[in-house]
Design a protein around this ligand. Structure first.
Ligand SMILES: Cc1cc2nc3c(=O)[nH]c(=O)nc-3n(C[C@H](O)[C@H](O)[C@H](O)COP(=O)(O)O)c2cc1C
Length: 174
């Protein structure tokens, strides 16, 4: 782990939608690195699958972007497992750090969003960007199980968010 004030992008995806959004956000954070090149280590982001996120990785990051799907009106199991595994080892150690979220859902996403915010409140994280919920319009078993293609406007939104978070961390504005 670098000592630079990096953004941790923690993601899970079952059918590719959240993964594409997380990768777009990481790309945006990379752009911020060029823009804010004057600040040493500025704009760095680490893109880590939820299963590989450790309490140490969370503690080493300066801010967070959580990206994952809504499954059965809840955060996907892998996202929840990451929080369950890391919650107590990190409790009291992340207070005040900035976070943002992207939920990928078929038609709703609100419950996963709420659940994530509850967990972040427990850690005393500070939300620094509006909720993003991307609906993929998947509502039948066939469309739900199909690989997802995320529309360009949503990928652009994710890129912008990654860039803004990385820039904000680099500039120390959060
Ligand atoms: C088991 C399962 C349960 C789901 N439950 C919901 C749900 O409660 N609400 C919703 O809006 N979408 C639901 N979906 C749809 C997914 O959120 C949607 O397909 C989303 O694009 C998945 O993101 P991903 O491609 O990153 O896995 C469900 C999908 C699966 C596989």
């Amino acid at each position: 782990m670098t000592d630079a004030p990096h953004l941790l992008i923690a993601w899970h995806s079952r059918t590719g939608g959240s993964e594409a959004l997380a990768r777009a956000a990481a790309e945006g954070a990379g752009t911020a690195k060029l823009v804010a090149a004057a600040a040493e280590g500025a704009g760095t982001a680490k893109l880590v699958a939820a299963n590989d996120v450790t309490p140490e990785a969370l503690q080493a990051a300066a801010g967070y972007l959580f990206v994952g799907p809504e499954n059965l009106a809840a955060l996907s199991g892998a996202m929840k497992e990451m929080f369950d595994r890391c919650y107590y080892p990190c409790l009291g150690k992340l207070e005040g750090r900035p976070y943002a979220t992207i939920i990928c859902a078929g038609s709703d996403g609100e419950n996963a969003q709420r659940q994530l915010d509850r967990i972040a409140t427990g850690w005393r994280l500070k939300r620094v960007a509006d909720h993003i919920i991307v609906n993929t319009d998947a509502q039948t078993p066939e469309t739900i199980l199909a690989p997802k293609t995320i529309a360009d406007n949503h990928l652009a939104e994710a890129r912008d968010l990654g860039e803004a978070l990385a820039e904000g961390l680099a500039a120390g504005i959060f």
